[in-house]
Design a protein around this ligand. Structure first.
Ligand code: CU
Length: 145
């Protein structure tokens, strides 16, 4: 009787501790992205299908606003936190724009496989070279191995 009580207690504690933590079944990739005139660093994101992705954007420019826009953002549910303005470009790409010195996070679960472009949607920054690409591999695939 007493042993059974301890087992039930251990199970209850285990359930309580398990709540609110990130499931190990869903990996998270955090990518710090610096935005300046006129580049993203890094400018290539390698993601995996089913992976939770957090883009930690920082506008490291002293004068200009910068942001990120991609057709891929319309295929996933975006959560935007921090000091940024969400909009949609004339091409229908969701965009997130940060004023100089500001930080913001863009979070989503990568879905599908393929390659998509991203650009800075501000003025003519993309034509000045502020562009990049994101690649979504199958879950667990590592092109280097
Ligand atoms: Cu820009």
């Amino acid at each position: 009787m007493r042993i059974r009580g301890i087992l039930v207690l251990a199970l209850a504690v285990g359930l309580l501790l398990g709540q609110g933590t990130v499931s190990p079944a869903q990996p998270v990739q955090v990518i710090k992205v610096s935005l300046v005139s006129f580049k993203f660093t890094p400018n290539l994101f390698t993601l995996h299908d089913g992976e939770r992705v957090v883009l930690q954007l920082q506008n490291d420019d002293e004068k200009r606003a910068h942001g990120i826009a991609s057709p891929y953002f319309s295929t996933v549910g975006l959560t935007v936190r921090g000091d940024a303005k969400q909009d949609v470009t004339r091409d229908g790409w969701k965009s997130v724009v940060l004023e100089p010195g500001r930080k913001a996070e863009v979070e989503f679960v990568a879905q599908g496989r393929g390659q998509w472009p991203f650009i800075c949607p501000v003025f003519n920054h993309a034509s000045q070279g502020q562009t990049g690409a994101l690649v979504v591999w199958p879950a667990g695939y590592n092109p280097k191995s």
